[in-house]
Ligand binder design. Structure first.
Ligand code: 13P
Ligand code: SF4
Length: 346
């Protein structure tokens, strides 16, 4: 396909979402990236939160964290370019250590991954000996290495149910943990909420899940009030919330699921209006592939970390083979079994 054809395609699909002048420039960049991708024998994985002009042009695979981890595990290309955030690229390296994994931005962090360290997990394991640790994939490799099994929002409840133990440590997202506890009928406690001055006898407390107080800085912005106000104005709206939203928000929504589960839900249903309570680029991406559906736009909560990944940065990543993701082998081996278990469930 020529750059001109690519631009015409983009205009047809994204013309209502991205201004034409911007599309022209982005089509040239996307064309350059596709050429470089073939030259370097690379695969590009694009998370559902990528901006539309990137999302619809350069990735070989698009999807949620779980789908992209599965693609990273089975690619036969030499290079994996991860258009997502650092923990996702690290997961790809854990699964495919022989590949060169590139993240097109130096940092591209995540407030959840930054909320917990490996020594925090070791402390918890000391406090709750023998209790299995389930860790959300939104964590760094050294935290995964301390865990028994990882999960994503796409299989969290299945992972918890698969353990068949009476107690589980679930880290680090307090809201995802509370949503999973609700879904699996478990009672959750957060030891970090207990007063530090008092010694609490945890053996006498009733609980089945032990959580941590991490939060996604994007999803914590949504409130039940947003849902109530939207329903007042659009009584027939269907509201979808990512499980990183507060439990009361997920309970008040009509559907809650991973980013890909939300994409599929909109594709497969027919409602007069939809409202997405998640990162705002995904709303643009869904609107582009469902031009017949009315996507209400409540907000412009863009994940600042996902936003670091642009077409320019991806072109430079392939051109200069940067930024190479490395995971120390000892950590990788420990993290591998937790991540491998995750991709096999759900
Ligand atoms: P998904 O696994 O649902 O794609 O979510 C990843 C994420 O970071 C959401 O904020
Ligand atoms: Fe992390 Fe939230 Fe951004 Fe997802 S949206 S990458 S959880 S900060």
């Amino acid at each position: 396909m020529s750059a001109k054809q690519l631009f015409e395609d983009m205009k047809k699909n994204l013309g209502k979402i991205v201004p034409e002048a911007e599309l022209k420039y982005k089509a040239e960049l996307a064309y350059e990236i596709i050429e470089l991708k073939h030259e370097k024998n690379a695969v590009i994985l694009g998370h559902n939160y990528m901006e539309p002009a990137l999302y619809y042009t350069i990735p070989d695979f698009r999807g949620d964290s779980l789908e992209l981890a599965r693609q990273a595990a089975k690619t036969d290309k030499d290079v994996i370019v991860f258009c997502g955030v650092r923990f996702m690229a690290e997961t790809a390296k854990i699964l495919s250590p022989d590949k060169t994994v590139l993240l097109p931005a130096k940092k591209a962090g995540c407030s959840l991954a930054d909320s917990i360290s490996a020594s925090d997990v070791r402390e918890l394991k000391k406090k709750f000996p023998g209790v299995p640790v389930v860790t959300y994939v939104n964590t760094y490799a050294d935290v995964k290495a301390e865990s028994d099994v990882c999960c994503t929002s796409g299989n969290a409840a299945e992972v918890v149910n698969s353990l068949k133990t009476d107690k589980i440590i679930f880290l680090p997202d307090q809201y995802l943990a509370a949503n999973v506890a609700r879904e699996t009928g478990k009672h959750i406690i957060y030891p970090t909420r207990f007063p530090k001055s008092k010694t609490i006898d945890l053996t006498n407390l009733e609980y089945q899940m032990i959580g941590w107080e991490g939060k996604c800085e994007v999803h914590e912005e949504f409130n039940v009030k947003d849902i109530e106000n939207t329903r007042k104005q659009f009584p027939d709206v269907v509201i979808l919330a990512h499980p990183e939203c507060k439990p009361e928000v997920c309970a008040a929504a009509d559907f809650s699921g991973s980013t890909s589960a939300m994409v599929r839900y909109v594709q497969e249903t027919k409602a007069p209006h939809y409202l997405l309570l998640t990162e705002c680029s995904m709303g643009d991406n869904i609107a582009a592939s469902n031009p017949d559906k009315d996507m209400l736009r409540l907000c412009s909560v863009r994940c600042p970390h996902m936003n670091e990944i642009s077409l320019e940065e991806t072109r430079d990543a392939l051109k200069n083979m940067q930024y190479v993701i490395e995971v120390p082998e000892e950590t990788r081996i420990k993290a591998y079994s937790a991540v491998q278990r995750m991709i096999e469930i759900g």
